[in-house]
Design a protein around this ligand. Structure first.
Ligand SMILES: [Zn+2]
Length: 336
C-alpha cells in the first residue's frame, strides 16, 4: 500500500492520482538509487490498481486496502495478473522470461483491472528482450502496464528509455531508513538508527552492512568526540584513541571496523554542524543522539566541526590507500 511506503510522498501522490483517474501510462521507468523502495512502490501500484476494496485517504486518491483477496494474493506473489520479472542466477533477464508477459500484454487480464508487469533490475534485460518489449510498447497495449525498475536506467536502450516516462526516486532520509529497518526488518531502535546513519539513504545498503558493528562503531565515535572535547593534551588524546577498535591490527576486518568508526564520526560531525548552525534538525543522521550532540556543541562549534569533518575525510582516504589504521587514528585524534 502507498500508505505503508517510507518516503517518496510526491511520487506516491502522483501515482495514486493517475491510478484513480485511469491515466497511468502503459509503461513507466522507476529510476533511483539501490535500496530506496522502488520495487515496493511498484508493488503498491499493482495493489492500488487491482484492490477489490480500494480506499481514498486524505493523502492518496486511491490506495489498496491490503486485506482483500486480490491484495493478499499480490502480497504472496500468486496473483495471475501481477507478474514480477527479475534477473536469474546468471544476472541477466533473458527474452524467455519476458516472452510470456509480452505475449499476453494485448489480451484482457484474467481477473484484474489492468495486468501489471514489474521488471526489477530492468537494466539486466538482454538487448533482444528490450527490443521485444519495445515492440509491445509501440503497439500500446491497454490491458497491461509495464513498470521497469532500475538503479542504472541509462544502461537501458535509448529507444526503451524514450518509451517509458521516468519517475525519479531520491534517497530516503536517515529517519525514514531507520523506520523501515525497525518496522520491516526487526531492528531495535538503536541498531536501526546506527545502521541508518551509515546507509546513505538506502535501506538496502543498511541491510547489507552488519548493524551490530555499526552500533559499536557509532558508540566509539561518540565517545571519541566526548573525550577529545575534554582535553587538548596530545598525550591524553593518544591514550584515548587506543580504545578505538580496529586500530590494533592491520587485517581486513580491523580496517573495515576502523572505516565504520570513521564514517560514524563523519556523520556525527556533520550533525554537529547542523545543530551549531541552527539547521533543520529533521535532517540529522543521528537524530536519536540530540542530547549528546547538544552537549558536544559547547566544544565543537561550527568551525571546529567542519575542520574535524575534513580531517575524518582525509583519514578515510588514507585508510583506503592502505595506511596503517593505528597511524591514521593517531594522526586524526590530534586534528579533532
Ligand atoms: Zn485490497
Amino acid at each position: 500500500m502507498f500508505s505503508s511506503v517510507f518516503g517518496h510522498r510526491r511520487q506516491l501522490a502522483l501515482l495514486s492520482r493517475a491510478i484513480a483517474r485511469d491515466t497511468l501510462p502503459p509503461a513507466l521507468l522507476f529510476a533511483g538509487p539501490v535500496g530506496v523502495g522502488k520495487r515496493r512502490v511498484a508493488m503498491a501500484v499493482a495493489r492500488a490498481i487491482n484492490c477489490l476494496e480500494p480506499r481514498s485517504t486524505g493523502e492518496f486518491e486511491r490506495d489498496a486496502c491490503g486485506k482483500c483477496a486480490a491484495c493478499r494474493r499480490i502480497g504472496r506473489g500468486v496473483h495471475p495478473d501481477v507478474i514480477m520479472i527479475e534477473p536469474g542466477d546468471n544476472g541477466s533477464i533473458k527474452i524467455e522470461a519476458v516472452r510470456d508477459a509480452i505475449d499476453r500484454a494485448g489480451f484482457r487480464p484474467f481477473e484484474a483491472r489492468r495486468r501489471v508487469v514489474i521488471i526489477d533490475d530492468a537494466e539486466a534485460l538482454v538487448a533482444a528482450a528490450q527490443n521485444a518489449l519495445l515492440k509491445t510498447l509501440e503497439e500500446m497495449p491497454t490491458a497491461s502496464i509495464f513498470v521497469l525498475v532500475s538503479s542504472i536506467p541509462d544502461a537501458l536502450l535509448p529507444t526503451v528509455r524514450s518509451r517509458c516516462p521516468r519517475l525519479r526516486f531520491g534517497s530516503l532520509s536517515p529517519a525514514e531508513v531507520a523506520q523501515a529497518l525497525a518496522r520491516d526488518h526487526g531492528y531495535s531502535e538503536t541498531d536501526a538508527r546506527a545502521a541508518a546513519a551509515d546507509a546513505d539513504g538506502s535501506v538496502g545498503r543498511a541491510l547489507s552492512a552488519d548493524s551490530a558493528d555499526l552500533t559499536q562503531a557509532r558508540d566509539e565515535a561518540c565517545r571519541l568526540l566526548e573525550q577529545t572535547a575534554r582535553t587538548d593534551d596530545p598525550a591524553r588524546r593518544l591514550e584515548v584513541v587506543r580504545d578505538f577498535s580496529g586500530t590494533r591490527g592491520t587485517s581486513a576486518s580491523d580496517r573495515d571496523q576502523m572505516a565504520a568508526c570513521l564514517r560514524a564520526l563523519a556523520a556525527l560531525l556533520r550533525d554537529l554542524g547542523i545543530v551549531a548552525s541552527h539547521g533543520d534538525r529533521r535532517t540529522l543522521a543521528n537524530g536519536d543522539l540530540e542530547a549528546q550532540l547538544e552537549k558536544l556543541i559547547g566544544s565543537f562549534d561550527h568551525r571546529r566541526s567542519l575542520k574535524a569533518y575534513a580531517a575524518v575525510d582525509e583519514a578515510l582516504n588514507a585508510l583506503e590507500r592502505n595506511a596503517s589504521p593505528k597511524i591514521v587514528a593517531d594522526w586524526l585524534v590530534l586534528q579533532l
